[in-house]
Write a protein that binds this ligand. Sequence first.
Ligand SMILES: [Zn+2]
Length: 376
Amino acid sequence: MPPMPAQFGLHYPLWNHSREAGGLLDRACGEIGIDHLTIPVVTGPLQQFRPGWFGDAPSFVTEGGLHFRPDSRRYAVAGARPRMARWLGQRAILEEVCEEAQRRGLGIWLWVELRRVPTLFEPERHFAQRSAWGDPAQPPSACISNAGFRELLHAVIADLETRAPRGFALPDLALDDLQPVPVCDAAACHESAAVDKAGEGSGAASLCYCPACRAVAAEHGVDAEAAARAVRVVLCDAGDWRVARVGDPVVERYASVRLAAGAAALHRLAEPLGAGRCMVATERLQRSPMAQPAGFPLRGALDGQALPPGGSSAYVGHSRFCCRSPADDRAAQAFVRDVSEASARGGIIDFFNLEEAHPRLMDVLRQAVRYARRGG
Ligand SMILES: [Zn+2]
C-alpha cells in the first residue's frame, strides 16, 4: 500500500483554546494552511510557558487527567475512571473545538497518554510499574501488562469515538520504561531523529516487575523472582545503573515473553470484533515516531508471532516537529528541509509547542509547509 500523502497539522491543546479563543488557530489555518488538529485529550501532569502568545498569563500548569467530560456509563466495565483535569471545570471545550474544526474543514486526531495520569493511581495502585525491588515507579506510570489498565484504555477510546475523530495517537504505550535511557536534547527536538537511539531499547533498570508482569512470566514458565534477583545484583554493581544491561538468559526471557504478550494484548484494539469491524482500524492508529518499545505498536508486534490473525501493520506514519524559534537563518532552513524530508515519506506531520515559540515562527512554518507541498 503506498504511504498516505503528507497531511500537516497542529498539536493543539484545549487549554490554549480556552485562553486565547482561537487566535493561534486563526493564524495556523490562515498562514500555514493545516489539514488537521491533533488534540491531547488525556495527559499526565504538564506545564507550558508561553510569553509570546499569552502575555497576561504565560504559565499554564495542569495535574493531568481527562481533558474532556467522560460518559461515565462507558467506564462501568473498566471499574476505574480517571478524573477530569481541574482546569476544565464545567466547560465542554473538546466539543467546541471539534465543532470549530468541522467548520474550518479540519480533521481531528486525538492524542491519548493514559499511563501517566496521576489520578489513575489513587484508587488503583496496582496499575503502577514496579522495579526489581518492588518499588512503584516515581512518578507513577501504569503497566500495560495490567488487563485492568487495558480495559480502561478501551473505555477511553470508545468514549472518544463519539467525537468522530479521524483516529488516535497513543504515544505512551510502552512496556519497561521505568528508567528511560536519556536521549540527547537535539535529537528529541525532531522525534523521528531519535528513533535509532530509542530503538536500542531500555536498560535493565527499566524492566517492570509488577504483579501483572510476574503473572505473565509465570504463565510462560519464567521464574520472575530469579530474573528480578539477577537485575538487582547487576544494578547494585553497575558503573552507571541507568544504562546497565544484564546478559542473563532468564532476564532476556522475562523481557521477551512479556513484550510479546503485551503487544498481542494491545493489538486487540485493532482486531476484528465481528462482522469485519474492529475497535480502531490500524489505518486510524498512528505509529509512534519514537522507536519501539517506547511507542505503539510495540516491538514484537510486527515481527510475526505476536501479530494476531487478521491484524495488519498499516499504521499511519507520523512525524512531529517541536516549534523552537530557530537561532538563525541556517537553523530555519534546516527546519524547512527536515519537514520536507519527512513529508516525502507521507503520513501525519504535526507541529507541537507552537504556543511556546515566538509568534514569528509562523513564517518558518508557512515556508516549510509550502516547500513540502511542492515536493521539496
Ligand atoms: Zn508490569
